[in-house]
Design a protein around this ligand. Structure first.
Ligand code: GL9
Length: 839
């Protein structure tokens, strides 16, 4: 029951009519009013973007009604809340998503059509909020969708980067980066909350003093202050009234920042300071799976973590709860180590600002945080040079030393006399230049540590975090990743969604396991036909788009063989290229050879400083140029690189895929989530036993999955015994021909230098075992080609892939986090219609 003061939330607010009404007429009227009153336009002057904004605001009004209701409910009930801390949230466009959640997609289409406008064109106007690099940021977005859909009180906390992930362009086949000005035309989904701004301090030094009670205390005397200003975006669950909040922080100069310099005439100095402050939230670091150790990056991490913890304390105190209940009110999930500084910051806040003793503060801290590890790559483990860290956060350095001191004592008791172990476990790396190890801080400061796929969690326990596993075995859990079927099926694949709903009803959208019911139709010829027609129709849509974007004509009847993900050597996009070249060479040797026609589609960005990844992009485009033009190929092979891969583009690609390429070196990909999106949309996977591929194969059945390549154990063994890629080159004529063709300049207008670094790397080191896995991949691809020709078999496999991937819903993953890590229950929010209306 809501207390009187909060009931109802919309007392005095104009309701029904077009402000919140859900009829086609209401929606149309809201749209027209917004165009006039918010955009200040009438049709003769309005742009497509004005129309998009008018519609977005109409939709937002409906969200706000539910959002206020949700906030009132949570406040009244003092609900336990998940705080998901993440430096990245790759949300994707919001308009379509919100129409789906509200269940008004078709009505809005009609309302818009009745004005002779096209909803698809308006949806296309929305710029992508690209506040993430890839899998890790998109996972955070899927999890927020599931949290709201499962009616779990939750806040996403992160950074409102002014420039998100760069836009990728191609020049002469090379990647070039352009800044992403996603906020240029305004963001209708966010609400600025300056009244909840907080101050964040940096730099300076610490000193000690005796307080009034004669207690020895430490105080931080910082040098610089910036303001963190929150911007809130409502996130509505799928056909629930629960609208949670994504709260992203922008850095601003504090109001009083420049009075002295300003008054002393140093106007430029004052403006400079403002500029420095605003730099903090200016741009997303575009590195995926690698850490750089840059000062601004640590500043960003501390900035958003400090803002968020202060915000949570405000909420706690506002609800008149004592500090000792912080961990009862909030469960904080650390999305990788990017927010791990939160462990030290919460300690500092409790000790220095709220005067708790160490034991109480530490107990609260450890019971608050849980940490998700997302990578096995050593280069991705964040470490901060002590000097840099101490300059920026001197007080936190003290706190970390003290945490370490107590932790090392604990280790000493458990493993007496094991000095090497102490050095390995220490929060401080002292093997050379001294560093703070953020993963160690996260492990010590959290009650639970989880990996993101079964294999990944095992490898964490045996390898990367084995000493922590020995120390705290009870802390380790697996939480296999999941993806939201709302965005990656309902919103992006309406045709398949409708077919499935016709067959098994609509409950599968929230209970994805129910897709199992499709198994009954896997061999039904009528169902198979419809299934095939839908896939073909999705491929036709994509073919049109490909032609618009690239000028390349592709055949929708050919196999759409898709590899989309960030570019990285371990993901082995170049292995796919070796397959293309091998097929091409076979055609050149025997132009009448019978091969299954394929369209190879690539997409993905390379980190701007990752030269080898950029060279692989260039290679794909170079091979594409030759293969696509060669008349001998007779259209049997097409190679397409779709530039600027992002959520928007991804939504066009998954539904049209026949084959999903998941070909990383075993033991390198923590999970992958694209693999799940493909399988859900009925694509078959060719993949290694890596990440979640292992579990996907278990679910869909080995006979419905194309497996190739070395296992993790075999890779480890080969590495230990000394791997010689040259041997494979010498022994395999097709492999040799493929590599020689690249080296000869065949794909580079005679230039024999350009791909040399790539080839030298493969021939001499090949750390990702391409040459070792080549033949197995080629053989497996042959199986794929044959299977595709057997349409009944292929369709059956495709149906079974969709039917058996329900477990990869992010709802399943989030339910496990709720039960096993957060200990949190849903809170029912009343639907607007159930709410008593104000008179
Ligand atoms: C990643 C892993 O590499 C993926 O295998 C995993 O699926 C996701 C989500 O758990 O996390 N870790 C990581 O640093 N990135 C991942 O994708 N990087 C990016 O965000 C691109």
């Amino acid at each position: 029951q809501l207390p009187q003061a909060l009931q109802p939330t919309d007392a005095g607010v104009s309701k029904s009519s077009h402000r919140t009404g859900m009829t086609v007429e209401d929606l149309k009227q809201a749209f027209l009013d917004n165009l006039f009153y918010d955009q200040g336009k009438f049709p003769a002057l309005a742009t497509q973007h004005d129309y998009y904004m008018a519609l977005a605001y109409a939709v937002r009004d409906r969200l706000l009604q539910r959002w206020n209701q949700t906030a009132a409910t949570y406040t009244a009930e003092g609900s336990r809340t998940v705080a998901y801390f993440s430096a990245e949230f790759l949300m994707g466009p919001q308009l379509g998503k919100n129409l789906t959640s509200l269940g008004i997609y078709d009505r809005v289409r009609d309302a818009i059509a009745s004005l002779d406008l096209d909803l698809d064109a308006l949806l296309d106007e929305e710029p992508e909020p690209g506040l993430g690099n890839g899998g890790l940021g998109r996972l955070a977005a899927c999890y927020l969708d599931s949290l709201a859909t499962l009616e779990i009180p939750a806040l996403g906390y992160g950074i409102r980067y002014e420039f998100g992930i760069f836009q990728q362009d191609l020049q002469d086949g090379w990647q070039v980066e352009k800044t992403d000005k996603w906020l240029r035309l305004g963001n209708p989904w966010e609400i600025k909350r300056p009244e909840w701004g907080v101050e964040v301090k940096f730099g300076g030094h610490t000193d000690s003093y005796l307080d009034q009670d004669g207690c020895y205390r430490v105080r931080w005397v910082p040098e610089q202050t910036v303001m963190g200003i929150p911007y809130d975006t409502p996130l509505l669950g799928y056909q629930t009234a629960t609208a949670n909040t994504l709260r992203l922080w922008t850095a601003e100069a504090p109001e009083s920042f420049n009075f002295e310099s300003f008054n002393s005439g140093d106007y430029l100095g004052a403006v400079y300071e403002k500029m420095i402050s605003e730099n903090i939230s200016k741009v997303l670091y575009p590195n995926d799976d690698s850490a750089q150790g840059k000062r601004l990056r640590l500043t960003q991490q501390y900035f958003f973590v400090s803002c968020s913890l202060r915000d949570m304390l405000r909420i706690l105190i506002g609800q008149e709860l004592p500090l000792e209940k912080f961990h009862e009110k909030f469960a904080v999930q650390l999305n990788d180590t990017h927010p791990a500084i939160a462990v030290a910051e919460l300690m500092r806040l409790l000790l220095d600002e709220h005067h708790l003793n160490w034991e109480s503060a530490w107990s609260i801290t450890q019971r608050t945080f849980a940490y998700t590890n997302h990578t096995l790559l050593p280069e991705a483990l964040e470490r901060w040079p002590i000097d840099l860290f101490g300059q920026l956060l001197p007080r936190h350095l003290d706190v970390i030393y003290e945490i370490n001191h107590r932790f090392i004592d604990e280790v000493r008791i458990k493993f007496p006399g094991d000095e090497a172990r102490l050095a390995r476990l220490s929060l401080i790396d002292e093997s050379g230049e001294r560093y703070i190890r953020m993963a160690h801080l996260a492990c010590v400061g959290s009650h639970t540590i989880n990996g993101v796929a079964a294999l990944h969690t095992e490898l964490l326990k045996q390898d990367v975090l084995q000493d922590f596993y020995a120390m705290y075995p009870h802390k380790f859990q697996n939480k296999t990743n999941g993806v939201t079927p709302r965005r990656f099926m309902v919103l992006s694949n309406a045709k398949l969604t409708n077919l499935i709903t016709e067959k098994i009803g609509d409950q599968w959208v929230k209970h994805l396991d129910q897709l199992q019911q499709l198994e009954a139709f896997a061999d039904d010829p009528d169902f198979q036909n419809t299934w095939r027609e839908i896939k073909l129709s999705c491929k036709r849509d994509l073919a049109v788009f490909i032609q618009q974007q690239t000028g390349i004509v592709v055949d929708p009847h050919s196999m759409f063989d898709i590899l989309i993900k960030r570019f990285h050597e371990y993901k082995r996009q170049h292995l796919d290229v070796l397959h293309i070249i091998t097929l091409y060479n076979r055609i050149k040797a025997n132009p009448d050879i019978d091969i299954t026609p394929r369209t190879f589609i690539f997409g993905g960005k390379a980190a701007p400083g990752y030269w080898m990844a950029k060279l692989i992009i260039k290679l794909i485009n170079s091979v594409a140029d030759v293969v696509n033009r060669d008349p001998d190929v007779r259209g049997r092979l097409k190679v397409v690189f779709m530039k600027n891969f992002n959520v928007k583009l991804a939504q066009r690609l998954y539904p049209a895929a026949d084959l999903s390429e998941q070909i990383s070196t075993a033991g390198k990909e923590a999970s992958g989530t694209g693999n799940m999106k493909f399988a859900l949309n009925g694509a078959l996977t060719i993949g290694t036993l890596d990440g979640a591929n292992v579990e996907i194969r278990e679910q869909v059945g080995a006979e419905n999955f194309f497996l190739f390549g070395l296992t993790t154990e075999q890779v480890y063994k080969m590495r230990a015994e000394g791997y010689c890629p040259q041997d494979y080159y010498q022994a395999n004529p097709e492999l040799r021909l493929a590599l020689d063709r690249i080296a000869s300049g065949f794909f580079s207008h005679g230039d024999t230098e350009v791909f040399k670094p790539l080839l030298d790397g493969l021939m001499n080191h090949d750390p990702y075992f391409l040459l070792a896995d080549y033949q197995s991949y080629i053989d497996c691809q042959k199986e794929v080609g044959l299977a595709f020709k057997d349409t009944a078999r292929w369709t059956r496999m495709s149906i079974l892939n969709t039917a058996r991937t329900g477990t990869f819903s992010s709802d399943r993953a989030i339910q496990e986090y709720c039960d096993d890590i957060w200990n949190i229950q849903p809170v029912k929010v009343a639907q607007p219609d159930d709410v008593p209306t104000a008179v």
